[in-house]
Design a protein around this ligand. Sequence first.
Ligand SMILES: [Ca+2]
Ligand SMILES: [Ca+2]
Length: 580
Amino acid sequence: MAIFWAIRINILQAQSIAPAIRLNQIGFYPKAAKIAIVVGDSPTAFQVTTPDLKKVVFKGQLSEVRQNSISGKTARTADFSALKTAGIFVVLIPGLGHSQPFEIKTDVHRAVAIGSLKGFYYQRVSVGLPEKYAGRWSRPAGHVKEDNQVLVHPSAVSAGRPAGTVLSSPRGWYDAGDYNKYIVNSGITTGTLLSLYEDFPPFCRTFKTAIPESGNALPDILDESLWNLRWMLTMQDPADGGVYHKLTNARFDGMVMPDKATKERYVVQKSVTAALDFAAVMAQASRIFKPFNRELPGLADSCLTAAVRAWEWAKKNPDQLYRQNVLNEKFDPDVVTGEYGDRDASDEWIWAAAELYVTTKDDTYYKTVNLFPDNKMPLPSWAQVRLLGYYTLARFEKTLTPLGKKDFPRLKQQLTGLADELIQDVDKQAYQTVMGKTARDYIWGSSSVAANQGVALIQAYRLTNDKKYLRAALTNLDYLLGRNATGYCFVTGFGDKPVMNPHHRPSVADGIEAPVPGLLSGGPNGNAPKQDKCEGYTATSADEMFIDASCSYASNEIAINWNAPLVYLAGALEALQADL
Ligand SMILES: [Ca+2]
Ligand SMILES: [Ca+2]
């Protein structure tokens, strides 16, 4: 061994890791495209070799120079798509150095897909994570007492529930780096996970995440979703069907473990966006859990009843937006945790209407809302859920009523139009990814932009069977796993240069060097230095505006609504890998 290591060290000294070479650090499907990006000046001959650099399995020339429109930096492409041999390799540029190792094999992203779904398990509230399932990251339960004694905030009083009424509202996932639970963000998250199941049911049945429910009759993605769904159900006021906007401390906790975060918790004002997101998810859950009535007696019916009641509440309270500043002027204690404020509920109406319509086949839902107010196709985010409704209408093309069928050609045209816009000029980009064609992609949580672009492309592929959309979706998974301007793999626990210091309370407080695995960092954000004022930003362009530091909540927090589209993208590409 000593001799082996001595040789290896000599080789590595001669040819060390070249940070200028950026690629998906996990790897590639044998038949799919394989690209590495080489930033700046370099020799033009490249090789693919075994990690010891001894055996050359591919030789090629870098592409012409392309300029990154955001940073102005130049880059070339090393395209080794023709290499289809399974194995572990590196890209080597003699004179420059080599890349991180990667693997070529079938199911190459299965571990990322499973790991990112498992990430939700680590976010579970109200339950301890034993070593058997959580490994090094085992921890005591958080908020067991607190979430069984939640107070009704003065902003949330109703006839039967005066201020200070004590409610039980356990389970759910911690939203992000903090320990609060927000219906709006839970909605898009749960809807996205449930959509992976609806789009790829046989694949999801094979998808085991080693959670306490892995031995039961339900696919683990449904077990995980149920953990949050059961919490969401407790957030509906049985008296009127309204849904509390969030369950929260008045102020954020310090960087402590969940069981040490013992501040009083409140449910706050009901909102129309929470009610509609809740209605959408419950309507979707109702049709998904219907076939599991033996395992979950009555759940599907309860979900549908809850959805309809939330919808009816929203119809009576369409102007009830959540405005934290206004709330804090009127009530005490002031609440200063995540607002998830949204001035426009028209997209929430579209999503809820689409889900209720598809589940019930009742045209009333379809007709109540203007489902196609214009031709805009805004990428999903917590404040903009229109496309979640469109994806569902597209998914159920064959069972739509005549009313829905009539609009279907328009729906298909708009979805493929969005996909065509996304793939336009990707070949001219320095990184050859859909993500990052403009600096506008690098907003807070830009990793979810990349993931949601990927989801939109998968939807277009499902509608058209045109592989160009599927192949484009893969470029964004490559982006998230290392082929980007920072060189990081943005998923904790994966790749040779992973994010290590996310803004995530358990990862900071648990005393373990490696962060909780399977969590997607928010990623580069052009405005991050102004927003979190964390020290250490050196970048001058939006696509590099990222630091792997826990103070950087504007570029390096994690969040459930960012993880969910990663689960979808990685899972869908695994399910569709034979088509690539
Ligand atoms: Ca299971
Ligand atoms: Ca909205």
